[in-house]
Structure formats: C-alpha cells, structure tokens
Design a protein around this ligand. Structure first.
Ligand code: IMP
Ligand code: MG
Length: 184
C-alpha cells in the first residue's frame, strides 16, 4: 500500500510506450485481424485481469463481427517446467467448436500460462485459434510460444500500466511505463 500520491507516482520510472504509440499499433493489428477472417464472425478471448484494457481497445478497432469472452487461469509449475495443468477459475460461456478464436493477451513473459491456455482451448476443437499479444518479453521465455501478432517487443524490464499491474496498482495508467524497483 502506498502512503501517499508522491510515493505512488515515484514508482513510475519512465514512460516506455505512449498512448499514441499504442493507439497506432492497435489500428494496424486490428486491420490484420480483419484480413484473416474476411467478415466471418470471431470470438475474442482474453485472460483476466491484465488484458482487459487491451481487449477494450482492440475489440473497438476490429470490424469483423465479434463476440467477447473472458477467462481466469492459473498454471502450476514444477521448477521451470509448465505442468500443462491449468486451473480455470472462470471459464468461457461459449462452446468454442463453432468459433474462430483469437486470444487477446497482455504480455508473453515466460509463456507458461498462455501455453497451457492454448493447449486447453485447442483440445476443445475451435475452428481456428490465433494469438495477438500487446507485449512480448522474449528474453524471459521458458516455453516456446509465438504470437501471430505482437504489437511491441520489449526488453527484460518490469512494466506497468495499460492493464498491467504491480501489486494490483497501476492498471489504469493510459500508457506503458517501467516500474521503479527498490534498490537493496
Ligand atoms: P507467463 O508468460 O506465464 O510468465 O505469465 C505472463 C503473465 O505475467 C502476464 O499475463 C502478466 O499478468 C504477468 N507479467 C509478466 N511480465 C509482467 C510485467 O513486466 N509487468 C506486469 N505483469 C507482468
Ligand atoms: Mg495476463
């Protein structure tokens, strides 16, 4: 918990990606999504909570008819290996066999959670499945996983804003910033 607004603001080290840059990339990504489906309806799925801001913007930028779905997922790991077991605390309402699914993700870091979600959704037999991620931190990847569209590739820094949090704060920043870590 932050003592005051000054302490809170001091955690925002520097702006990494501005609102304008995000907006421009979203317009490009939405055009690409539209081009894949040629007007065929799709289901946009995002994993809460991090991707909720990105979802809100990308769903308003695509022009193909789309439904929106949310999931809450937690993965279990032994060491650095993903177990492939993913605990779904909130699931989609839709039976996805009739859908072209597009996963809308905030960030691919180690790749473990998304990898497990992809396996789970593929096992349900959707018509197709693609991944769109706002951010990619390839330096930290543990599980091989590539998105179909990545808006920004970033260095190995802890970032906040535009849906991403540190201790549940900063999700509402309209830009993406580097978090100021404590020096020990
Ligand atoms: P992973 O790919 O399974 O390691 O998990 C990715 C999840 O970790 C993301 O969906 C975020 O919620 C969180 N995450 C990873 N890197 C960051 C970061 O730099 N800032 C905030 N959350 C992050
Ligand atoms: Mg996430």
């Amino acid at each position: 918990m932050y003592k005051n607004i000054e302490e809170f603001n001091s955690k925002i080290k520097s702006v990494l990606i501005t609102e304008e840059e995000i907006k421009a990339k979203i317009a490009e990504a939405a055009k690409e999504i539209d081009s894949w489906y040629d007007g065929t309806p799709i289901l946009l799925v995002s994993i809460l909570k991090g991707a909720f801001v990105f979802m809100a913007d990308i769903c308003r930028a695509v022009t193909v008819p789309c439904e929106i779905g949310f999931m809450c997922a937690q993965s279990y790991y032994s060491g650095t290996q993903s177990s492939g077991i993913v605990n779904i605390t909130m699931d989609l309402e839709q039976d996805i066999t009739n859908y072209h699914v597009v996963i809308v993700e905030d960030i691919i870091d180690t790749g473990r959670t998304l990898n497990d979600v992809v396996k789970l959704l593929k096992a349900r037999g959707p018509k197709s499945l693609r991944i769109v991620t706002l951010l990619d931190k390839p330096a930290r990847r543990v599980v091989e996983l590539k998105a179909d569209v990545t808006l920004f590739t970033i260095p190995d820094k802890f970032i906040i804003g535009y849906g991403l949090d540190c201790g549940e704060y900063f999700r509402n920043l309209p830009y993406i910033a580097e978090f100021k870590e404590e020096k020990n």
